[in-house]
Design a protein. Structure first.
Length: 133
């Protein structure tokens, strides 16, 4: 299950708990550390997209740096939520390596290691992705 949680983190979490949903990806996550942990406890991975590339996005950048690596997924959300170097019309999946590179840099790990971890996390969250990665 892929959930768009932008500006609805608590509301979505309430329904996940109510309906017993235990696996998926919290797409475009913009909540707090406490909210992220609640999603992780519910079995969800936390997704970061182009917004994590903005230096002023300190909360997202802190989450990307401090959450357990086995809880992270990286995406582009193309054409929406572009990284700082693109505008909405230009954002595409081709930006994923550069977005992931910024997350890797924030965490102090290699881009290859981050890619390995986040790919595995995506498949754990959404098993039908296995044949696409």
């Amino acid at each position: 299950m892929l959930l768009h949680t932008l500006r609805s983190v608590d509301i979505v979490l309430k329904f996940l708990r109510q309906y017993g949903v235990k696996r998926g990806i919290a797409h475009a996550f913009n909540g707090s550390m406490q909210q992220a942990q609640a999603y992780i406890n519910q079995g969800f991975k936390i997704s970061f997209c182009g917004t994590v590339t903005y230096e002023r996005a300190q909360q997202r950048r802190t989450l990307a740096k401090e959450l357990p690596i086995d809880a992270l997924v990286v995406e582009t959300d193309a054409p929406d939520l572009p990284p700082y170097w693109k505008n909405k019309r230009e954002n595409s999946p081709a930006e994923l390596p550069r977005i992931a590179g910024i997350v890797a840099e924030l965490r102090g790990v290699s881009p290859e290691y981050l890619a390995e971890c986040t790919s595995r996390n995506a498949v754990l969250a959404v098993p039908r992705l296995a044949d696409r990665i």
